[in-house]
Design a protein. Structure first.
Length: 550
């Protein structure tokens, strides 16, 4: 039996486009003499659907494409594809979509109406469905909000005399937990375990995936194929890196990171194929590039822009944006104000030239002076302070958003995780934008990426890397005037924000207090590309108004 792993980039809600891609992968698998091709979780629907599932009509549209898929698949191959199905298919269409009036609507929205399913399809034969049992309800996941649990014990089929156990993503992650649904499943007689997955990337995830796979193959004494989604969806990035593991727990093959790919596993000959592996810093770069590219393209914005300050963060964003969309689709904007070092613009323009991107210069001082004079005249304020600093930042934000209106371009925010954690950003100023690529990176990781870009030739001017970070909103300003040293702050972010541990040091206590006071800013931040196990954004749900103290 030959099995193909179809590592696919699904577009959420583009059911016809996803169907066409599934058919294309199936034809390629058939050309490679495969008997079965396995796709990721939610390959037809896209992932994460979240509250799109409140509209049953959307699920019905996906199921219509599933019917089309049944008729258009190539003959001679089985297809196992992730999709969404109604948990009660006996209900009428009117009831299923929640279009009834009155009390019925409220009740229908509170019922878990769907299964997270895998459809086993073969042209000319009736489709079988298997349903996910272990629902993910942590971090960015809230599957129990809409899905019912299936039964893993029913998720088996035979092919060419082999018994295949079907699992979907979280189904294999119960090891070491109080409840492990796999332990309730009959262990004997399984020849292959398949896992359809949509597992988001984090810097630590790959090792943990291999660990749960190793425990799974040991449990069943059978090899496994793990097929993961690839691509970006909002702040989530899926890295692919699908895995073939033999029954002894050895990785026999791994597909590429952050690209669509097709792998093959022959159960008899154990034929597989390794792909190129990369250093951790390159994997991080690929994750951010994938996140920017798919966010822009899947929202229909093929261009991006950002404020290029002559500092380290915006320089790294510039490099990532060029890698994601190409230099022709990227615009940098310098926004010098009354306290900018003239060298900042020189270094910014040098970087733009070396990257081959358009660089516009917009002076903020005329607009800032007009706003300052108007405000001072109305309030009697006559001493320079935080109001004036934030007016400069917000003037920049207004102009950057104006360019979005002009060019239908995605504005990238340039703040990093240490700044977000401390609240060291200006709401509606430097924090404004449609996507924050660096918002889950420590300051040290930003520097690491900058040096990585310069590892073969100078891409980012060395002056940008070597200069002390500064917002340049008052004379002689340095970040360290307001923040602890970045090495201490990064370490505190890891302990307080990522690991949620109690504060021990002065810096950690400072950060905890600053973070609790600034939660309102993060609620209004652009989506942050998630690369850590605990990022700001969807998976972190802290209140704004409270009096809790750690």
């Amino acid at each position: 039996m030959r099995v193909a792993l179809a590592q696919m980039n699904a577009v959420l809600g583009d059911f016809s486009g996803n169907r066409e891609k599934i058919i294309s992968f199936a034809r390629r698998a058939l050309d490679r003499r495969c008997d079965l091709v396995v796709f990721p979780e939610h390959a037809l629907f896209g992932y994460l659907p979240t509250d799109l599932l409140e509209r049953g009509s959307i699920v019905e549209a996906q199921l219509r494409e599933l019917k089309r898929l049944e008729k258009e698949l190539p003959k001679g191959i089985l297809v196992l594809v992730g999709c969404v199905t109604f948990a009660d298919d006996k209900r009428t269409s009117k009831q299923a979509t929640g279009r009834t009036l009155g009390k019925g609507v409220a009740e229908s929205l509170s019922v878990k109406r769907y299964y997270n399913s895998a459809a086993l399809m073969e042209r000319g034969k009736k489709t079988r469905f298997f349903h996910k049992e272990r629902l993910a309800s942590f971090d960015v996941f809230d599957e129990a909000r809409h899905y019912r649990s299936g039964e893993l014990s029913k998720n088996r089929f035979k092919l060419k005399g082999k018994t295949v156990q079907v699992t979907i993503c979280e189904d294999i992650w119960g090891w070491g937990q109080r409840e492990n649904e796999l332990k309730k499943v009959k262990r004997s007689g399984v020849d292959l375990v398949v896992n359809l997955s949509a597992s988001p990337f984090t810097k630590t995830k790959r090792a943990r995936r291999h660990d749960v796979l190793k425990k799974t193959v040991a449990h069943f004494k059978a090899p496994a194929v793990y097929v993961n989604m690839v691509g970006g969806q909002d702040e989530i990035v899926f890295d692919g890196r699908s895995v073939i593991m033999d029954k002894k727990g050895k990785v026999r093959g791994e597909l590429v990171a952050f690209q669509e790919d097709l792998g093959v596993y022959d159960l008899e000959t154990e034929e597989t194929g390794y792909r190129e592996s990369f250093a951790e810093i390159e994997i991080l770069r690929l994750a951010l590039v994938q996140g920017i590219r798919d966010f822009a393209l899947k929202t229909g914005l093929g261009r991006c822009h950002f404020g290029l300050s002559g500092g380290i963060d915006s320089a790294v964003v510039a490099c990532l944006a060029v890698d994601a969309l190409g230099p022709q689709a990227v615009t940098a904007i310098t926004l010098p104000g009354p306290f900018n070092d003239p060298s900042s613009r020189v270094w910014a323009e040098k970087l733009a030239s070396q990257l081959g991107i358009q660089c516009l210069n917009i002076e903020i001082e005329p607009a800032y002076e007009a706003l300052k004079n108007s405000f001072e005249g109305a309030t009697g304020l006559n001493e320079f302070g935080l109001v004036h600093e934030n007016l400069q930042a917000r003037t920049r934000g207004v102009l950057l958003m104006a360019y979005s209106n002009l060019s239908s371009s995605l504005l990238l925010s340039t703040g990093n995780k240490a700044e977000y954690a401390a609240g060291y950003s200006t709401l509606y100023g430097d924090q404004c934008g449609g996507l924050a690529p660096l918002g889950d990176l420590l300051k040290s990781e930003v520097y690491e990426l900058a040096r990585y870009y310069n590892s073969q030739a100078e891409v980012i001017p060395s002056e940008i890397i070597d200069r002390p970070p500064s917002a340049e909103l008052r004379p002689g300003q340095k970040d360290q005037d307001s923040l602890p040293p970045y090495d201490e702050l990064d370490a505190a972010v890891v302990r307080i924000i990522e690991r949620r541990e109690p504060a021990r040091t002065k810096t950690e206590t400072w950060l905890l207090n600053a973070s609790l006071k600034s939660e309102f800013k993060r609620w209004q931040a652009a989506p942050i590309l998630k690369v850590s196990d605990h990022a700001f954004g969807r998976g972190r749900r802290l209140p704004i108004a409270h009096r809790a103290k750690d």
